[in-house]
Design a protein around this ligand. Structure first.
Ligand code: 5GP
Length: 193
């Protein structure tokens, strides 16, 4: 997606530890028009699928998923929580996810009320790196007995193993920008797509 790649080149900041900071349009200050274009692109890519739910993970995925949902007939958006809050009840699916950016492990949880075996679930997330977040979300969909339609990823860091690993397992992954390499000293970002 050219508009997204231009934004990344113009405003993305390459940090140490293979982290790309895109706070100025994706993760902190939100470019709503860009989110809309991202949503339309996911719709174009998954147009053939009858999506009944969109699943993401807090926090950064929520906004992208909600804007995307508008193009999927306002399919409900469910987001995995990273900590057990008092109001979720006892009946939930859970999966362990190592956080790439924070270096800790979260038990992500989704109430059993919101995904069921008849659902066709599209996963949406901002980044794909090692694939832990995606694997956790797929695990939850499998626990519910629902169908994974695929994943819509805004930025895939193609030099990290998640995309390859999950595609080899048969998961459909559509990434709007795939980064082939990035350099925290020069700031250079090279795309694979
Ligand atoms: P994974 O689980 O695939 O290793 O990492 C994906 C998750 O980590 C995403 O949900 C995203 O929030 C975060 N993440 C991974 N890499 C980056 C990055 O380079 N920049 C930012 N801002 N977030 C990242």
């Amino acid at each position: 997606m050219e508009l997204l790649k231009e934004k990344i080149l113009h405003d993305g900041i390459v940090k140490k530890g293979n982290v790309l900071k895109v706070d100025s349009f994706l993760n902190h200050c939100i470019d709503v028009k860009l989110y809309e274009e991202i949503g339309k692109e996911f719709k174009r890519l998954y147009n053939d699928c009858e999506v009944t739910k969109i699943l993401t993970i807090e926090a950064s995925g929520i906004g992208i998923a909600c804007v995307t949902a508008q193009f999927f007939n306002y399919a409900p958006v469910v987001f995995a929580k990273k900590s057990k809050t008092s109001n979720i009840g006892d009946d939930f699916y859970t999966s362990e996810v190592a956080s790439f950016t924070h270096g800790n492990t979260n038990n992500i949880i989704v109430s059993k009320s919101y995904i069921n075996r008849n659902d066709k679930v599209l996963i949406i997330d901002d980044f794909l790196a090692n694939g832990a977040a995606l694997e956790g979300l797929i695990d939850i969909i499998n626990q519910a007995g629902a169908t994974v339609v695929g994943a819509g990823i805004v930025i895939e860091k193609g030099f990290q193993p998640g995309g390859k690993l999950l595609r080899e397992k048969g998961v459909r992954i559509e990434s709007l920008a795939v980064i082939k390499s990035m350099n925290d000293e020069t700031g250079e970002i090279v795309f694979a797509n």
